[in-house]
Design a protein around this ligand. Structure first.
Ligand code: CA
Ligand code: CA
Length: 397
């Protein structure tokens, strides 16, 4: 009997290994001045400031005054970067002209200023062309001019340029007979779509939804992804255009146990992103380094009201290791910290109190009721002699 079981296990392993050639899917280049309207979430990232342009590189004539320069680092460019600049049309005008080396010839002298968007300090979009990839590759960006003023002695301001990708690759992917809308999103704003990180605020994403979905679930790029309850290895092409989903080889797991109450846990990082329902506060995750991404808990009150607690935005100190056949405990879920404190003066005769909720690992916690924000809590203040005795309600800030 034992021998037969071993035989079956070996056969299953052999089949998995044989299926290791993944399914490949073509993804189309898309761009939009407003990616959110297509369910794509992008953000801007800082570029590298340059004190001046090198010899032989210049701005167009009459580009403006007080120019600032930067390099947008991208492996799409042969040199590894693209020159950017901003200038003022007049001394007092503020930065109202932005130049990008959109044709990839290494110079700004041949470029026209980008059009401003309805946000006065954001310009573009502009499609940058990168030769040298067989076919020239396009990548659409907006440029944000960020000026920070330093007051006090030696008053000065610093202007930097941020780049926001407003393009992505997407297509329909069929796995296990089910069709999905899948998009590659450049969360690190460097023109590549395969960047992984333990810093969940600077990582590329695979955005996934049902076929035709308007909103997509943006998951951290990495080793693992769940599609239809199964785990795959996603293998995006570095510069978009296609993605492959490989069934993972058998992998070692460890137990994650939470010290608290929660129904589900999502971990992310260089290993990708996985979510599991917790059973007795436990779930199995592949071994390796993980960062908590979110947790959720739901409770019904006596009147049938549905209350939810959601934890998210963990500090970098929350990274932990899942070890093979071992149990890692993390302080996730209920109880959470709630604080009410006097924070200052309001209108004459008023005092301002703030109420905040946070998790035990330093994460943000949101409380909801029936798919909306929970009613704001109340504060009851009574003086020692009872001469002041009132209940006031907090407002969401
Ligand atoms: Ca140029
Ligand atoms: Ca990237």
């Amino acid at each position: 009997m034992v021998i037969r079981r071993t035989g079956i296990a070996f056969l299953a392993f052999a089949l998995l290994a044989g299926a290791a050639l993944g399914d490949q899917f073509k993804l189309e280049y898309r761009s939009s001045a407003d990616p959110r309207s297509a369910g794509i979430i992008t953000s801007s990232k800082a570029t590298t400031p340059l004190p001046k342009l090198p010899d032989g590189v210049s701005l167009p004539e009459n580009a403006g005054v007080d120019p600032v320069f930067a390099k947008w680092q991208t492996p799409l460019a042969k040199e590894g970067f693209v020159y950017l600049a901003a200038a003022k049309s007049a001394e007092r005008s503020g930065y109202d002209r932005v130049f990008v080396d959109a044709d990839g010839d290494g110079n700004l002298a041949d470029e026209s200023p980008l059009s401003p968007t309805d946000r006065h300090n954001v310009f573009g979009p502009v499609e940058v062309v990168f030769p040298g990839h067989g076919v020239p590759l396009k990548f659409c960006i907006k440029v944000e001019v960020a000026t920070v003023a330093f007051t006090g002695e030696g008053m000065r301001s610093e202007t930097t340029l941020n780049v926001e990708p407003v393009c992505w690759y997407e297509g329909n992917v069929t796995l296990d007979g089910k069709e999905y809308r899948v998009a590659l999103v450049d969360g690190t704003a460097n023109g590549a779509f395969d960047d992984t990180s333990m810093d969940l605020s600077n990582v590329d994403y695979i955005a996934v939804g049902e076929k035709g979905a308007k909103d997509l679930d943006h998951r951290c790029m990495g080793k693992y992804i769940q599609m239809g309850g199964k785990i795959y290895h996603p293998r995006p092409a570095r510069f978009g255009g296609r993605i492959e989903f490989l069934p993972p080889e058998p992998f070692a797991t460890g137990t994650v146990r939470i010290n608290g109450e929660a129904a589900s846990l999502t971990l992310a990082g260089e290993n990708g992103q996985l979510s599991f329902d917790l059973v007795n506060g436990r779930a199995q995750f592949p071994v390796g380094k993980w960062m908590p991404k979110s947790w959720a808990l739901e409770r019904k009150d006596a009147d049938g009201g549905r209350w939810t607690l959601d934890g998210m935005d963990f500090p970098s100190t929350a990274v932990f290791e899942v070890a093979p056949r071992a149990e890692s405990a993390i302080d996730i879920g209920e109880p959470v910290n709630a604080t009410a404190a006097w924070t200052g003066f309001g209108e004459p005769g008023e005092r301002v109190f703030e109420f905040a909720m946070g998790g035990r690992m330093g994460e943000q916690v949101r409380i909801g009721k029936d798919d909306d924000r929970a009613p704001a809590p109340s504060l009851h203040i009574r003086s020692a002699d009872g001469s002041y005795d009132r209940t006031v309600s907090f407002k969401y800030g």
